[in-house]
Design a protein around this ligand. Structure first.
Ligand SMILES: *Cc1c(COP(=O)(O)O)cnc(C)c1O
Length: 423
């Protein structure tokens, strides 16, 4: 290991605190964290000069690859103007244009307003606060309840965490959070008293953190119909699924559904900068007019011009590189090579999102304490692949720009890692 890497590692072990991480295991001298220093396309390089395929799009954010010339140029151009100005009391050109472009993806007079924040959790936080405040201002203060689905993941700030259905992450904070009813499916939802409910939140099509589990086809449509019939608002968390990841620009397009609140983040800037958007309808926005109805919420970096400039460039690349036109064919190829490579394991695919749930030769699951998923991902580094598991499900979520050749590389690397570790 070179001296520079050693120095960075020493500072990290001494001063840094990593997310979702057992700090004892992380700081163990036997464990050598990778220092990632450079990226280009689907590839990342560490401080020792080794190259890796970015197998989870840098935690589900990257869309067009790293160091994309168009996104880089947009960031540099904006930087030459100004990096940040306050959105509290001022507007900025990039945010104006981005809001208009985002609304343009949806049918006229549906999602017409964009509230910017910083990341997925805050996008959800905003939607929830808006949904609750809306009821107070429209004569339905008894609608105070929120509904979320079992095993859901909506982020880690207190409000977003209250909606999380993964007990390992969220159980210890339940007593501090908001009143939320959890349901497993639509039949459990229908059994609730809709008159008390302000909104229901769901990750459409696929629950990411729940080991990439897909909802049954038609479920989202049915949920929308139930919301229409009961007056409950529908919040869609497309923080992971947005921007092409599932094969359509937004997952809700698949079933022709438009939500009342749409939460976007991760892929919004192509994976470059933290920026989020909560989109909503004009009728909802109207209930917030007047001095007594202000939405008292905002962050210092709201609508950051650099983030907005790169988000606009990312949308430009979607058109210039015909990303969505190319995607169905690429996703089909991805699904095919995954099923071929992992016949014994449970492969779940949705667009460019894959979860490979590892199974023993007899088809049974591995005991959780063996940490098979984590060990396979560690082994995959030797074959030039970086990704993370969710329990024993290996996530492969390549940037949308990955070529067939690059996809083959990633799948082959994972296959070698599994062979090496499980034999
Ligand atoms: C990642 C994620 C979030 C949280 O986003 P952050 O940017 O990490 O706060 C919320 N919902 C879903 C579905 C996600 O995948």
């Amino acid at each position: 290991m070179n001296e520079q890497t050693q120095q960075w590692l020493a500072w990290d072990r001494r001063h840094c605190w990593h997310p979702f991480t057992d700090q004892r295991a992380w700081c163990d001298p036997e464990f050598e964290p990778l220092m990632l220093v450079r990226g280009e396309g689907v590839w990342l390089w560490d401080s020792e000069g080794r190259r890796y395929f970015d197998g989870n799009s840098s935690i589900w954010t990257n869309i067009h690859g790293h160091a994309h010339p168009v996104l880089n140029a947009a960031a540099q151009e904006q930087l030459a103007q100004v990096a940040h100005t306050s959105y509290l009391g001022f507007a900025n050109p990039r945010a104006s244009e981005l809001a208009a472009r985002l609304c343009g993806f949806f049918p006229a007079d549906t999602l017409t307003r964009v509230f910017f924040s910083d990341d997925g959790s805050t996008a959800v936080e905003c939607a929830v606060k808006m949904a609750l405040q809306y009821r107070m201002q429209t004569g339905a203060p008894e609608r105070t309840r929120l509904v979320a689905f079992d095993n859901a993941y909506h982020g880690d700030t207190m409000g977003a965490a209250s909606l999380g259905g993964v007990s390992l992450f969220f159980e210890r904070f339940r007593k501090f959070g908001m009143p939320v009813s959890f349901v497993r499916d639509l039949s459990e939802l229908r059994a609730l008293d809709a008159g008390e409910i302000a909104a229901v939140i769901i990750e459409p099509l696929i629950q990411g953190v729940n080991q990439m589990r897909l909802w049954p086809a038609g479920m989202l449509r049915e949920l929308r119909e139930w919301c229409d019939a009961t007056g409950v608002h529908l919040i869609l968390d497309e923080v992971m699924t947005g921007f092409g990841r599932t094969g359509t620009m937004f997952a809700c397009e698949r079933e022709g559904v438009v939500p009342d609140f749409l939460c976007l983040a991760k892929g919004l800037t192509g994976g470059y900068l933290p920026l989020a958007a909560t989109m909503t309808r004009e009728t909802i926005h109207r209930a917030f007019e007047g001095p007594e109805n202000v939405f008292y919420y905002g962050h210092s970096y709201t609508a950051n011009p650099l983030g907005c400039a790169v988000a606009l460039a990312s949308l430009d690349v979607f058109s210039a590189e015909k990303v969505m036109e190319r995607l169905p064919h690429r996703a089909e190829f991805f699904a095919r090579i995954l099923h071929e490579a992992f016949p014994r394991h449970l492969v779940r695919v949705c667009g460019m999102i894959a979860g490979i749930e590892l199974r023993r030769a007899d088809g049974s699951a591995f005991p959780a304490e063996e940490k098979t998923g984590a060990r396979v991902c560690l082994a995959a580094r030797e074959f030039g692949l970086l990704t993370r598991p969710i329990r024993d499900t290996i996530v492969l979520m390549p940037p949308l720009c990955a070529t067939e050749e690059e996809l083959v590389f990633a799948v082959e690397a994972l296959k070698q890692a599994i062979i090496k570790h499980l034999s």
